[in-house]
Design a protein around this ligand. Structure first.
Ligand code: FES
Ligand code: FES
Length: 175
């Protein structure tokens, strides 16, 4: 066993874990946070995506020990209890989910994407989310949701925010 110290959703914690414990298992089994799902064993589905120091990562590709000393945010920690982050609101408004299995990872990937690029084009959203698989939606409404969260509509040219379904500012999205 070894001691890891992480900040998870704003809470500092210290836990003794097996050196080989994956971050996704740490979050689910040690922290009791079940939003990050395990959808594959090939690091290909993205259902386990979380933010590590603000960047989206597949938490099945990181050891808890590697994340020691760092800050992790899961979908549970995106917004205060009982509230939704603007990206979560946009997924709901744009029907960006069906079964919901991919959704926490998809939302975290979208939050990471919008932090890097607050006003992406539709193509940039599609490329940014290509590491996250969804077997239900056909992706169209997911892309719409991310563009809506960024204040842009699908098909609008770069710099055109006027056709966006949402009028949220990018700073609100990335807050
Ligand atoms: S569980 Fe599929 S990429 Fe992590
Ligand atoms: S909503 Fe079912 S896998 Fe994406």
């Amino acid at each position: 066993m070894m001691r890891v110290e992480l900040t998870v959703n704003g809470e500092r914690r210290a836990d003794d874990v097996e050196p080989r414990l994956l971050l996704v298992h740490y979050l689910r089994e040690v922290c009791g946070l079940r939003a990050a799902n395990i959808g594959c064993d090939t690091t290909s589905c993205g259902a386990c995506t979380v933010l590590l120091n603000g960047e989206s990562v597949k938490s099945c590709t990181v050891l808890a020990a590697q994340a020691s000393g760092q800050e992790v945010v899961t979908a549970e920690g995106l917004a205060p209890a009982g509230e939704l982050h603007p990206v979560q609101q946009a997924f709901r408004a744009e029907h960006g989910l069906q079964c919901g299995f991919c959704t926490p990872g998809m939302v975290m990937a979208a939050v990471g994407l919008l932090r890097e690029n607050p006003c992406p084009t539709e193509q940039q959203v599609r490329e940014g989310l290509e590491g996250n698989l969804c077997r239900c939606t056909g992706y169209h409404n997911i892309v719409r949701a991310v563009l809506a969260a960024a204040g842009r509509a699908a098909g609008s040219p770069p710099g055109d925010n006027t056709a966006g379904v949402s009028r949220r500012s990018s700073s609100e999205v990335t807050a």
